[in-house]
Design a protein around this ligand. Structure first.
Ligand code: ADP
Ligand code: ASP
Ligand code: MG
Length: 401
């Protein structure tokens, strides 16, 4: 007998037919004598729809009230799935995040899991129940419900699997695994049988939404293998696991992130300490800076450009605008019509020429690169947003055709 954690995303539970399909998958594993804990997302586009509804009432609603509302999406899908399983004649119970022991930080809208206390889940499993848990949510120290950030149900599933030392953690979604690029955008994308935690973490962070990046981070920390597979087909999926068990691929994937904005501080006096001042200002507000470019000094000034998440642009502008004058810089220029295109691959560490191949692919498609950043296993470039899809295709063709 094994303990199996299965997570089903929004499209896998979007209507009655899909719910009964999930009920079939879950009960077939239960029938084999396993303990099963199931984590669900809200049905279909429910979370987006709820956000839209809230915006009609108050676009500046507090994050607490947003969470109070958003947690309802998962509550509905969890209870509906339990009802479907009841109808098939199996013992089942659905639990909300707080009932399932999810204790989080208090950051509404983007809370982190501090601890999972799985006592209640364990009790229900001991009673031979199939346990359905709402993904994406927990409770903070004020006894308020919190959400874990968009796509966070993956992290809920991984957290339960780690806390309960599950034998398997399966992330069921609407594609049959992790591909070399988003298979909905790039039909030539190939499915990967395996991928290392580090590569998957980079891909997820750089825009491949198939897994929430924090779920990969946690799986890596606890050395929990993840299986990403489709709830629509019964094919084997992709295994995410430790690097030394994975044959190194030169490039394992291409990702696109459109939640990016570029800021340039123009005419910064060319003297020590100013970069520190600008970035510490941003970090004091929790704004993460990604690609950074500093021009060489000319006539006593230099320009500092960097990227941040588009969601942070208004906050960053508000913070930096008055500051620009205070440090004697000329102006602030912002652009949110940009996208970040990245390639990820553990093999690039030991292969020269990967960057030049990527740049050649972009050049051949007449796409201008605005900024570049690299690490051992990834190369990212910033391009104009209208070039983003062509850029992904050009780069993918170069490495995978
Ligand atoms: P779920 O609702 O099941 O959590 P998501 O919509 O969050 O599903 O994630 C699955 C989607 O991720 C796919 O439909 C696909 O379009 C997208 N995607 C982006 N990049 C990749 C990739 N490299 N491999 C697989 N899917 C990807
Ligand atoms: N329902 C949430 C969202 O749409 C969480 C998830 O799907 O993982 O972001
Ligand atoms: Mg998701």
């Amino acid at each position: 007998m094994s303990l199996i954690v299965q997570k089903f995303g929004g499209s896998s539970v979007k209507d009655a037919e899909r719910l009964f399909n999930v009920a079939d998958i879950v009960t077939s594993v239960y029938k084999e004598g396993n303990d099963v804990v199931v984590v669900v997302s809200a049905q279909g586009d429910t979370t987006d729809d709820l956000i839209e509804k809230a915006n009609e009432i108050n676009p500046n609603a507090s994050k607490r009230e947003m969470d109070q509302m958003l947690t309802a999406g998962e509550q509905i899908s969890a209870s509906l799935l339990a009802m479907a399983i009841e109808k098939l004649g199996y013992p089942v119970v659905s639990l909300l995040g707080w009932q399932a022991g999810f204790l989080t930080t208090s950051a509404y809208g983007n809370a982190r899991i501090r601890r999972v206390n799985p006592d209640r889940i364990r009790k229900e499993l001991d009673k031979k129940n199939i346990v359905i848990v709402t993904g994406f949510q927990g409770v903070n120290r004020y006894d308020d419900m919190t959400t874990l950030g968009r796509g966070g149900s993956d992290t809920s599933a991984v957290a339960i699997a780690c806390a309960m030392h599950a034998d398997r953690c399966q992330i069921y979604t609407d594609v049959d695994g992790v591909y070399t690029a988003d298979p909905r955008k790039i039909p030539a994308a190939r499915k990967l049988d395996v991928i290392s935690y580090d590569e998957m973490l980079e891909l997820a962070t750089l825009g491949a939404q198939v897994l929430h990046n924090r779920s990969v981070e946690m799986a890596k920390k606890y050395n929990l293998e993840l299986e990403v597979l489709s709830s629509y087909s019964r094919k084997p999926g992709t295994i995410v696991k430790e690097e030394n068990k994975v044959e190194k691929m030169l490039i394992s994937g291409v990702a696109k992130d459109t939640n990016v904005a570029r800021i340039s501080v123009i005419g910064v006096p060319d003297k020590p300490g100013l970069a520190f001042k600008i970035f510490s200002k941003l970090s004091s507000k929790g704004i993460n800076v990604d690609i950074i470019l500093q021009s060489i000094g000319r006539n006593g000034t230099k320009d500092i450009s960097f990227t941040i998440a588009k969601d942070n642009l208004e906050d960053a502008k508000e913070l930096l605008q008055p500051y620009v004058e205070a440090i004697g810089a000329n102006s602030l220029s912002c652009d949110d019509q940009v996208a970040k295109i990245s390639i990820v691959g553990a093999g690039m560490e030991s292969h020269p020429g990967v960057a030049s191949d990527m740049f050649e692919a972009l050049f051949s498609s007449n796409i201008n690169i605005r900024m570049i950043s690299t690490s051992e296993i990834k190369i990212s470039v910033l391009v104009n947003i209208e070039d983003a899809d062509r850029a992904v295709k050009a780069v993918h063709d170069k490495f995978f055709d």
